[in-house]
Write a protein that binds this ligand. Sequence first.
Ligand SMILES: [Zn+2]
Length: 240
Amino acid sequence: MRADIRWLTGEDGESGIVSRHSFSEGSRVAANWLKERFEEAGATCELRPFKMGFAPNVVCKYSASVDKTSTVLISGHYDSRGSFGSQRAPGGNDDGSGTIALLGIAHAIASTGIKFRSNVELIAFAGEEQGAYGSKAYAREMRAKDANITVMIQADMLGYHAPGEPPQLGLPSIGTPEVARLVSKMSAIYSPELSVGHTPVCCSDHQSFHMQGFPATHLFERAGPRKSQTHILFNVLTGV
Ligand SMILES: [Zn+2]
């Protein structure tokens, strides 16, 4: 995962990626690279354009072994946006962390050889930073064909917690409470070290699905109020 995130952010100079802004060349390089990596891990992928000028969504699928009609969808967004006035947009945390976690899931699927009862889609969306355009287009498409998405979970920012704090899992207000509770219960079983709570952080690709009436939630790295960077820096400096 470390090697993958270094490649995606351009920290590994081999990738040549300076920015993953949805309009940049780097986002297209990233899309192709993600597609290849997911395919190496046994998924069937396609690049799906959704809006002129934007890099495409990377949609990867595993077919159901039993229930061919229902789909579980897990996603992140691979596009990024640099600080104002900066050409660089490495997006290691937002949302390189969610994107590489998705790829980690694909590697785990490949190494265990697990088969799924229902269809599973792993999607790296683009256009999130401009207003979730990639996921809006995909969710609209799923609604138009009356797709049976039983659960949709978006991973957006998983990679950080302040020094001295325990690892956390924040679940949002916007989304489906039942899905958030399901995730919380699964976390208690598989990742009991995580402090699970509510995050006031708003806005990611799960909302596009929630708006279309699909059960959806978002995983975030902090439970509780989101501290400002200044606050975090103050804590680090004062050892709080
Ligand atoms: Zn994000």
